[in-house]
Every structure is written in C-alpha cells, then in structure tokens.
Unconditional design. Structure first.
Length: 238
C-alpha cells in the first residue's frame, strides 16, 4: 500500500461552517458532525491540527465599519475564534478525540498558550491541536493563520473546509454550467483573484510549497475520502 500523499494536515474551518444553518453563533450539532469527520480522519491514520475562524461571531472589518477602532475590533474577532475553538474542543472530546487548544493570545485559565514545540509534541502523541486567537495580531486573518501554522507544523497540506466541493470558474449557485477545477496554480488563484483564501495566505502556502485542498466539509465522510484520494476537491499547488 502506498503512503497517503497528505499524512499531516491543518484543517481550516471558517466560523461560518460552525454556525450550521443558522445566521449567527455556534451550532452544537454542526460541531458534533465536524468532530465526527475529524475523528474518522484520525482513525484513518492522519495527524490533524486545526485553525478555526470567528466570522460567525465577530469580524474586525465589520466592527470597524460600525465605528470601532480597527485594531480593537480585530482583537474582538480573535477572541471570537477562542469561543469556536472551545466549542470544537468540546465536540471532539465528546467524540473521544484527545485535544489541546493553544491560543496566540495567552489566557492561562482557558487554554494553553501557543508554543510550537509543545504543539508538535501533542501531535506526536495523537492529539488534535486547535489553534485559537489567530496570529495574535490585528490586521491579519485566520486564513493567514492557517497558512502560517501549517508551515510551522510542517503539514503536508492545508485543508480548507467549505460548503462547496472546490473552486469553480463561476459561482456554481448562480451559474449551472460553472466548471470545477481539479487543480490550480497558486499564481492563477492570485492573478484571477479566485476566492480560495486571502492573498497573503495563498502566497504563504506558495512560498512554502503547501498544497491547499478546498473541499466540502458538509458532506459526510468527505474529509476522509479526500484524504484517501477519492473525494471531490480542488487542489491549489505548484
Ligand atoms: N483576526 C485578527 N488577526 C488574526 C486572525 C483573526 O485580527 O491573526 C480577527 C479579524 O478581525 C477577523 C476575526 O479575527 O475578522 C475573525 O477571523 P476571520 O475573519 O479570519 O474568521 P473566518 O472568516 O474564518 O470565520
């Protein structure tokens, strides 16, 4: 049997994924379902760490548009990601998966601080490490955090879980003939401004040769299927 192409992955979930069918906040049933996906992938032998967004609760840009100072609003957004990380931790532990949350903004009574070598050790022990509070810096996003942590943790790929099964040449919800790409180059994504991840995240993945796998996290069993090489996705790579 050949070794899977992607053994260690970073799974990026936007806050929107965690709100399920709702318009705001965290849907516990959705967290449980996502935890089931992660558990199945772990049982299939993969090492997984995660970055969760916060857009289901608070986004810095939206806060700034309403009159908050941008940097303060970004810190509020980072705190929102900690709530999502705790929700995912809860769901994973309920499913019997060992986890640790590490926050880029230290909050000792809630979770561990981000320490790369410690995170590495957790992963070696089979734990899922959930990285919270983004980079800890305003004016960044959790997409960029995902690219950064994927590089730091020497992941084989960054898996971006979305509600569509890849990247299309037009919005598949609007254009029925839209075509899904199987693979795409980083520079094409950047030049055509394709909505995969924000530009700094794509550039960081390009410069560190980390493939970005865009797939539908809502389809049951899909994470394991894509990891096994037989699910539907778009892979952004060199
Ligand atoms: N954020 C930040 N620095 C970071 C990561 C996130 O300031 O390194 C803030 C930013 O305000 C952002 C919010 O946290 O809007 C939530 O993250 P993001 O919008 O990336 O979440 P997602 O869209 O993935 O749900």
């Amino acid at each position: 049997m050949t070794a899977p192409r992607f053994h260690r992955i970073l799974l990026k979930l936007s806050g929107e994924v965690l709100m399920g069918q709702g318009q705001f906040g965290i849907d516990p049933a959705t967290c449980d379902r996502v935890a089931g996906e992660v558990k199945a992938a772990k049982l299939a032998g993969h090492e997984i760490c995660m970055v969760v967004g916060g857009g289901n609760i608070f986004r810095g840009l939206a806060g700034a548009a309403q009159g908050f100072d941008r940097a303060s609003a970004d810190y509020m957004g980072m705190l929102a990601t900690v709530m999502n990380a705790l929700a995912m931790q809860n769901a994973l532990e309920k499913a019997g998966v060992d986890t640790r949350v590490q926050s880029a903004i230290p909050m000792a009574s809630v979770c561990e601080p981000y320490i790369r070598r410690r995170a590495e050790r957790h992963m070696e022990k089979g734990r899922v490490v959930i990285f919270a509070a983004g980079t800890g810096l305003p004016f960044f996003t959790t997409d960029t955090t995902a690219a950064l942590r994927a590089a730091e943790m020497q992941c084989d790929a960054l898996f971006k879980g979305t509600s569509v099964d890849g990247v299309y040449d037009a919005d598949p919800k609007q254009v029925p003939t839209a075509k899904r790409y199987d693979t795409l180059g980083y520079n094409r994504v950047l030049a055509d401004n394709l909505k995969v991840m924000d530009a700094s995240a794509v550039a960081l993945c390009r410069d560190n040769d980390i493939p970005i796998v865009v797939f539908n996290i809502r389809d049951e069993g899909n994470l394991t299927a894509v990891l096994g090489g037989h699910g539907t996705s778009t892979i952004v790579q060199n």
